[in-house]
Design a protein around this ligand. Structure first.
Ligand code: FAD
Length: 328
């Protein structure tokens, strides 16, 4: 087996997802002299190779195939398996995204590889690589290592800092032909829900609302705050269940798991199931009229008061401080 790290890169709407750049950094962290190879799969993805190299890939394998335009489990599994057979890596890494969650166990099973999912940290201990991953809904962390065979890991978005972009870096780009057959699912059309532009799972700043916002109109001041900060809007399940917003915004145990730099919990009580999705945020700001609300135990900053008074003042102050002229 070669000393090689394969990084499965994810492309959405013709753009590399941030987590793929973070995965290259994760690959480099444990590489110990190994070659870090980015793998791009899609219909027309070669133009993204340069970015992977700028962010640290030593080489990029490009798989262009008309049947791989949209993600399908069958198609991408076949493509990746053929790349793995050809490259013979000892380490594979990808984002813990919807695609990563779908694909990684299938490929790990085929390779009989140990799979470490949802890692938030990677370090070396001699020849071993040690992963940190949250357990018990983020209440504790465990350290895991794989001692035999191929190591396969998925990393949680927004946890591993990407390497600095270096446009002078050079690397080889290899085009790899694959044979794709028997795709059992046909994607005829992809219809996206409008979520205000910033991808919630990769947002650096999230402004979340709960049942305290009272109705869908109550989300408007939160959207304005998010716009001023260049962030995304999220929600508790309480708000989604009440019909104030779409379930695509739900954060928590049965929603999205996010790790932004800054998380606003506004009119959210802080139920354990909500905390499971956001407790690893770097800075948490809670706004709640109940001083006993559990969210304050997790918050770095807390404001006790009525969100309908506080949020507009905060937005205005931030607009002035950040010199934001107009938010469209
Ligand atoms: P509430 O608990 O009703 O809290 C509303 C808060 O708003 C209160 O603290 C109140 O003081 C405050 N408030 C009210 N008015 C104002 C105001 N004007 N200004 C300021 N503050 C105000 N929940 C999730 O979020 N995500 C999940 O993924 C999830 N998964 C679940 C899975 C299971 C199996 C189960 C059983 C539950 C799950 N839940 C989940 C639900 C969870 O238990 C809570 O019911 C939910 O998080 C509560 O939402 P909330 O905080 O918005 O509402």
């Amino acid at each position: 087996m070669s000393n090689k790290v394969l990084v499965f890169s994810e492309v959405r709407d013709g753009e590399l997802r941030n987590v793929s750049i973070e995965a290259i950094a994760a690959g480099k962290m444990q590489a110990d002299g190994a070659e870090v190879v980015g793998v791009l799969v899609g219909e027309s993805v070669a133009h993204l190779s340069g970015s992977l190299i700028n962010y640290g890939a030593d080489r990029v394998v490009v798989v262009n195939h008309p049947d791989l335009k949209n993600y399908t489990t069958d198609g991408y599994q076949q493509a990746y398996m053929q790349v793995i057979e050809s490259e013979n890596p000892n380490f594979i890494i990808m984002g813990h995204t919807a695609m990563g969650k779908d694909l990684s166990p299938r490929i790990a099973m085929k390779l009989k590889a140990g799979l470490i999912s949802d890692a938030i940290g990677i370090e070396r201990d001699g020849s071993d690589v040690i992963f940190t991953r949250p357990i018990y809904s983020g209440k504790a962390f465990e350290k895991k290592r794989v001692r035999d065979g191929i190591v396969f890991a998925t990393i949680r978005p927004n946890n591993i800092a990407p390497l600095e972009k270096d446009v002078t870096r050079e690397g080889e780009v290899v085009h790899f032909n694959v044979v794709i057959q028997d795709i059992r699912t046909v994607i005829q059309n992809v219809i996206r829900k409008a979520t205000g532009g910033v991808d919630l799972s990769e947002a650096k700043i999230i402004v979340s609302g709960g049942r305290g916002v009272k109705d869908s109109e109550g989300f408007k001041p939160l959207q304005e705050l998010a716009d001023v900060l260049g962030g995304a809007v999220g929600a508790s399940r309480g708000a989604c269940d009440a019909g104030y917003c779409d379930y695509a915004l739900q954060i928590g145990q049965t929603g999205k798991v996010v790790t932004p730099d800054l998380y606003f919990a506004i009119g959210i009580s802080g139920a354990i199931q909500h905390m499971a999705g956001m407790s690893n945020s770097k800075v948490i700001v809670a706004i709640n009229k109940d001083p006993e609300a559990p969210i304050f135990k997790a918050a770095d900053y807390g404001i006790v008061g009525d969100l309908f008074e506080i949020v507009p003042i905060l937005t205005e102050e931030l607009k002035n401080a950040l010199n934001v002229k107009a938010v469209v």
